[in-house]
Design a protein around this ligand. Structure first.
Ligand SMILES: NC(=O)c1ccc[n+]([C@@H]2O[C@H](COP(=O)([O-])OP(=O)(O)OC[C@H]3O[C@@H](n4cnc5c(N)ncnc54)[C@H](O)[C@@H]3O)[C@@H](O)[C@H]2O)c1
Ligand SMILES: O=P(O)(O)OC[C@H](O)CO
Length: 333
């Protein structure tokens, strides 16, 4: 296959490395918007800024500049940027006939005048519905995938051809790719787990204990599922890789940037300091407000997300956040 990955951050690069190492011998291009970064990657055969120490396979070509020539003849196009850049790429890809998939996990910030922001498949439906598309999600730290460590992902799309293209491109002895047609469930899981990972980082940073962490993850899963069901997802999706799987990984794995934001807030850093120190995107910071706005619009209660939003917006101090959650009225599980 000829595969193009747009965006040379940590995850775009890791997915491109994985595709270029595939036993079927795919031809893979990784496009970076920054020409200097692309040229450094070509020279060093490494993405030193985002994935230092992992060599780029010989079958991986690094591109920059105009996107159209890079896309020519592609069998699969993967957008590897954060959520905030997806709409712009979908607009550019309107004429694309090849299956495409995005890697971002989150809700877009609300457009001016809109009551709330959208999930990626909702942006796709409005901007480029004619392009066959879907999401690649699931529990996956870029560094582990780039190193070829065992990982299982989910190819989510209502379009079977997109699910099949992703499986054909990436399923390998190192990387299992499961197909799922519940794109709403897969995307709600991928977005909300980022918010919950901030909460878990905070909980662990404040040394509240393992009981508290388990309670947070379990109640977080309930919260995520409630929102998903209200938006049309299937309940069983939340028990799978893109729900429970990604929530456990991101909430407990120290490679998570979202978890790290929570840990840094617990140390007393401001949100700005925490975000700046990462050097990578932490989608939960941008997604939390939209997730909560969607929940309110759908009449769904999300006390954990609400607490994270109040914390991020400076209305609540770290140590008061847990008190508020613990002081809620008793209820049925
Ligand atoms: N890193 C991971 O382990 C991982 C795993 C699964 C999913 N994700 C998701 O993938 C998405 C990307 O994450 P990441 O870790 O690669 O982020 P990152 O911060 O490492 O890199 C982001 C990349 O996107 C590029 N970019 C940003 N805006 C752009 C624009 N407008 N046009 C072109 N390029 C642009 C940046 O230059 C950078 O190369 C996020 O939504 C994240 O939640 C990340
Ligand atoms: O580092 P994070 O918190 O953005 O999480 C990365 C992946 O989404 C984990 O599946």
């Amino acid at each position: 296959m000829k595969i193009v990955v747009l965006g040379a951050g940590a995850w775009g690069t890791a997915v491109a490395i994985s595709a270029a190492s595939h036993p079927d011998g795919h031809e893979v291009s990784l496009w970076a918007r920054d020409a200097a970064q692309a040229s450094a990657m070509r020279a060093a055969r490494e993405n030193a800024r985002y994935l230092a120490g992992v060599p780029l396979p010989a079958a991986l070509r690094v591109a920059d500049g105009e996107i159209a020539p890079v896309l020519a003849g592609a069998d699969l196009v993967i957008v590897g940027t954060p959520m905030a850049a997806l709409r712009g790429f979908l607009q550019q890809l309107r004429g694309c006939l090849a299956p495409m998939a995005w890697l971002c996990k989150g809700f877009e910030a609300a457009e001016p005048g809109a009551p709330f922001g959208l999930l990626a498949h909702e942006i796709h439906a409005r901007v480029a519905p004619q392009v066959p598309a879907g999401a690649l999600s699931g529990p996956s730290f870029a560094l582990e995938v780039a190193r070829g460590q065992p990982t299982a992902l989910v190819a989510a799309s209502r379009d079977a051809a997109v699910r099949e293209a992703l499986v054909q491109a990436l399923h390998s002895p190192q990387l299992r790719v499961y197909a799922n047609d519940d794109i709403v469930g897969v995307e709600v899981g991928g977005a909300v787990k980022n918010v919950l990972a901030i909460a878990t980082g905070l909980c662990d940073g404040l040394q509240l204990g393992l009981n508290a962490r388990a309670a947070l993850i379990t109640r977080g899963l309930a919260e995520m599922t409630r929102l998903g069901l209200a938006l049309g997802a299937r309940a069983e999706t939340f028990m799978g890789l893109s729900g429970l799987g990604d929530l456990v990984l991101t909430a407990t794995g120290d490679l998570s940037r979202n978890r790290k934001v929570g840990l840094l807030l617990a140390q007393g850093l401001s949100l700005q300091q925490a975000v700046q120190s990462l050097g990578h995107v932490a989608e939960g910071v941008y997604t939390a407000r939209t997730a909560l706005a969607r929940a309110r619009h759908a009449g769904v209660e999300m006390p954990l997300a609400e607490t994270v939003v109040d914390l991020l917006d400076g209305r609540l101090q770290a140590d008061a956040a847990l008190r508020r959650l613990m002081e809620r009225d008793p209820r049925q599980e």
